[in-house]
Design a protein. Structure first.
Length: 170
């Protein structure tokens, strides 16, 4: 029988899996619409690959613990991601709002993995804790890239939007 530490840990692990599913869908939607911001698009595409690798790492933790994933949470997260992506399409300053949202989402992921590391350790899963630390480092690197490049993305948007007849939003 699982302890409450394990139950919470397993629930949060399922949440992390759903979060990465959501991240992949949001990033794919954002990258598919970017036309005039090649650096941003390239970094997002790189992070899509990192996110897929993170999903595989999470799957290995599920397998190691012999627990099931949550199909419902994954499905809800995908629907939520699609709604968020669709909503951004209509903003005239989509690229700037997307860059800000990306940074915020990375910070959310960092916090989730920080908590998940503590939960894994409390449940006695050092293997899982090491994997979450590895994933968190990738999220920290992406968050840093986002905040470091936000001024550039903003300036590029402002420059493009000042040009008559030039598409700036994506």
């Amino acid at each position: 029988m699982a302890t409450s530490y394990e139950e919470n840990y397993h629930d949060w692990l399922r949440d992390a899996h759903a979060m990465e599913e959501q991240a992949e869908k949001m990033l794919q939607a954002q990258a598919s619409r970017l036309e005039h911001y090649p650096d941003l698009k390239a970094r997002i595409e790189q992070h899509i690959e990192e996110t897929r690798q993170q999903q595989q790492l999470l799957d290995s933790v599920f397998d190691n613990l012999n627990i099931s994933r949550s199909v419902l949470k994954d499905t809800v997260s995908k629907v939520t991601a699609m709604g968020q992506a669709m909503g951004g399409m209509f903003a005239s300053d989509e690229v700037v709002k997307g860059a800000i949202s990306g940074y915020v989402f990375e910070q959310f992921e960092i916090a989730c993995y920080t908590s998940l590391i503590a939960a894994a350790k409390a449940a006695g899963d050092e293997h899982g804790a090491k994997i979450f630390e590895q994933i968190r480092e990738q999220e920290i690197a992406m968050a840093k890239w986002c905040i470091d490049h936000l001024p550039d993305v903003t300036q590029q948007y402002l420059t493009r939007s000042a040009e008559p007849g030039v598409e700036a939003k994506k």
